[in-house]
Design a protein around this ligand. Sequence first.
Ligand SMILES: Cc1ncc(COP(=O)(O)O)c(C=O)c1O
Length: 379
Amino acid sequence: MPDYCMIYTGDWRQGVRREGIIDLGPGYPDPALLPSGLLADAATAVLTRHAAEALSYGANTGPRQLRAFLAEQVPGCPPEQVVTTAGTSSALSGVAAELGRRGAVVLTESLTYDLGRQIFVDRGLRVEAVPGPVDDLDIDRLRRFLAGRREPVAFYVMPTFHNPTGRVLGVERRTELLELAARTGMTIVEDHAYSRLSFDQVPAPLWSLSDDREKVITLLSLSKCLAPGLRLGGVVGSTELLDRLARDGERASGGGANHLTAATVAHAVATGAVARHVEDLVGELRRRRDALYSALAGRLPPGLTITRPTGGYFQWIGLPTVAYEAMLLAAAENLGVSFAPGSRFGSGHPGVRLCFAAHRPDDLIFAAERLVRAAEQIG
Ligand SMILES: Cc1ncc(COP(=O)(O)O)c(C=O)c1O
């Protein structure tokens, strides 16, 4: 039988693999961690037993089992309060359109997910970064940013396993943020792309902690806990926002996002296979975090700071200056290792973002040793 995989032409994947470099820059999962068997079984079951439903336009809001799985991440949120999307990126695009209609300004943390910021900018919104500490939020500064503004404001925040720093906001700060939103009318857009990948207890999303849930929009993704190629995620928000998203002409015309894929994942959720996969994945990510963190901690020159991530994909290293960041990247690449420089994500916090999800523990240890050597060369 011919190998139909030969239709693979090399243009199926985002990003370029760099020969001879262990690249800890991209926030992608290791191909070895992708649930191909689980999805193949579920797709076969769906297409043999429910082909007519799975190959029709899907319900505008997405399949219920999938919405229920997404809702699990947001205590108190019923499945009806979730609309599935083609990943967080598409949810951000829909939310940006909604904020644009209201003439809103978007504020971000001092460091933020660069492509999240780009989605807002590309939809014509004004975006401003609020300076603050790398490991927390400066609520007073945010309050000052809000003072005297006439236009509506949305604050885009990653409370749990922040990209790029991996930081988790404590309950107290979450509560202060919600109080500020209640006093000023600010909308909170919380991005939980990594929240399911937790090694310890983490506080609940802001939506669950809020008394006024109309003010919080929660974004969820399956890219990091299952596979980016699924292009699936969800949004939790006010009934008005969800209605608008679900009835938007794009959905009215084409149905729920990526329906066959959504139906396949919904099936795998119902069999329990997705929950088992996520549990195994969290265990593997913890091993990778341990390998990378132990190879770095106590070995970096003075002035470089490191904290142990408690979930997600990223290890952050704080650096003294932007010039140092550029020198470290050049020195590391000379030694065959690369990373995402902190300045890609905003200003004021030079650093290194290392993704421990994309490589096996032995490669992570090797890369960490090279990075330490690069830092020593700079002195
Ligand atoms: C914080 C954050 N939000 C959203 C995304 C994109 O999510 P999705 O693949 O669901 O569009 C990423 C991917 O890197 C991310 O880091």
